[in-house]
Design a protein around this ligand. Sequence first.
Ligand code: BTN
Length: 258
Amino acid sequence: MLEAEFWEAVRGLPVSRCEYFSSIGSTNDVVAAWGQAGATGLCLAYADEQTRGRGRVGKNWFTPPKSALAFSLLLDPTPTLAPNLLGLVSGLGALAVCEALEKLYGLTPQIKWPNDVLLGGKKACGVLAEAQWSGNRLASLVLGIGINVAPASVPPPSQLNFPATCVEAVLDKKADPAKLLRLILERLIALKDKLNDPYFIESWERRLAFKGETVTLESSAGLIKGVILGLSGDGRLNLRKTNGEEQVLNIGEIQIRP
Ligand code: BTN
């Protein structure tokens, strides 16, 4: 997206600091540094290209120029910390992207817990929520979102561990990245103070991919197989394992494999 289109897309939004980068390492690192330097209120960094985009569990995130949406928000740390705060914030990002894609293009995206947005069963968006601590105090809360818009943003198959797609491949026409960004930001702003509202978890659960299906979860403790039952009130995943036991999983080193 060109810089002028970006400024038009964010016009009038209640952000206290907002910057456009034609190329930067990672927008998550940019807003985390703002947080360290004492920034407050909702801050937004957007990049047309990321040279060191980061994904979950130490993976790279591919953001070539003029093909994707890549941005990060610095959120004011909440005074009361939910135990699964990063999980909830990841869900916030994924849900806002789903709602925007539904409204703008009539698509039916799904959320592969905890944070991937799927279109037609393939990954089109990833969310990386990160917290920085200063002793016991949450110093900054960062929500980074990357969306594959044009085909050039889809990584080569050798770099994928889950099939990927992009918005334009699903629509079979050009997308309007500025309109999509605007809608996502509006939904994020509307939802960010509702993380404890039943509407938030219900909306997330309604879009949960593989619900009722048997999946294998790759955790740091090994593989867990079971049926996805749904979400708990704080965004953790409820699973019924093959031995009949129920387990509640926190966001962590977990990858779902159908
Ligand atoms: C994942 O699916 O592994 C998460 C990907 C998150 C990518 C976004 S793009 C904007 C922000 N900056 C980063 O370096 N990562 C996030």
